[in-house]
Write a protein that binds this ligand. Structure first.
Ligand code: 5RP
Length: 239
């Protein structure tokens, strides 16, 4: 899908930003467009405080002049704008393709509103074609990977395949910003995302999973573009 679609979705998300907001800044190519555009608005006088969801986004935001605040100094998060790897009709998401799922989830979950920006190709009928990222501690990751595999099978994911994410050279594990590993869990479809998330969360060694299901107090809005048209899909509270 073209970069224009990602840029259009990012530009539409700017309309949700108001002066004085504390903003969660997502990670990935689509979110990066948003951060750059936000930087332009800041140069024109917009006042915001940004909370980056990754070190990469922290560097970009600093470069384009978005003022940042520290997560533990934020007394509220008004809005988070972030990309996604998959979006289903209930606005449930798979995230973590860029490996930032833990910080992304902490920040989105604490936000009053989450605006998901994506090219239209990210809309799916059922989650799971994109391998689900699961962040695990390096200690005991082989044991954890086996339990993750069992959890996938028990929650109905057929043909599950669990891979340690690599970075740079073969055999060299990718490290998240928190120093953890990522298991990419391929299965054709995830028939019960809530059940799977619950099972994964019960495994010692699993730090977080990339299923972004309903968050109790976060209104979720999805903006997609196919490169020409933009569609804004409004969500209900708790999604
Ligand atoms: C990073 C993410 C990204 O939002 C997701 O991978 C989408 O990335 P892109 O906008 O580059 O397609 O979850 O952890």
């Amino acid at each position: 899908m073209s970069d224009i679609a990602k840029m259009n979705a990012a530009a539409a998300a700017l309309e949700f930003v108001e002066d004085g907001m504390i903003l969660g800044l997502g990670t990935g190519s689509t979110a990066s467009h948003f951060v750059r555009m936000l930087g332009e608005r800041v140069r024109e006088g917009l006042r915001v405080g940004g909370l980056p969801t990754s070190e990469a986004t922290r560097r970009l935001a600093t470069q384009v002049g978005v003022p940042l605040i520290e997560i533990d100094q934020a007394d509220r998060i008004d809005l988070t704008v972030d990309g996604a790897d998959e979006i289903d009709p209930q606005f449930r998401l798979i995230k973590g393709g860029g490996g930032a799922l833990l910080r992304e989830k902490i920040i989105a979950h604490a936000s009053d509103q989450m605006v998901v920006i994506a090219d239209r190709g990210k809309l799916v009928d059922r989650l799971g074609a994109f391998p689900l990222p699961v962040e695990v501690t390096p200690f005991g990751f082989t044991i954890t990977a086996k339990k993750v595999f069992d959890a996938l099978r028990e929650s109905g994911c057929e043909g599950a395949d669990v891979h340690l994410r690599e970075a740079g050279a073969p055999g060299r594990p990718f490290h998240s910003d928190g120093g953890n590993f990522i298991l990419d869990c391929a299965c054709a479809a995830i028939p019960d995302p809530e059940g799977l998330a619950e099972r994964l969360n019960r495994i010692p060694g699993v730090v977080e999973n990339g299923l972004f299901l309903a968050f109790p107090r976060t209104v979720r809005t999805v903006i997609v573009s196919d490169g020409e048209a933009i569609q804004i899909l409004e969500g209900a509270e708790g999604h």
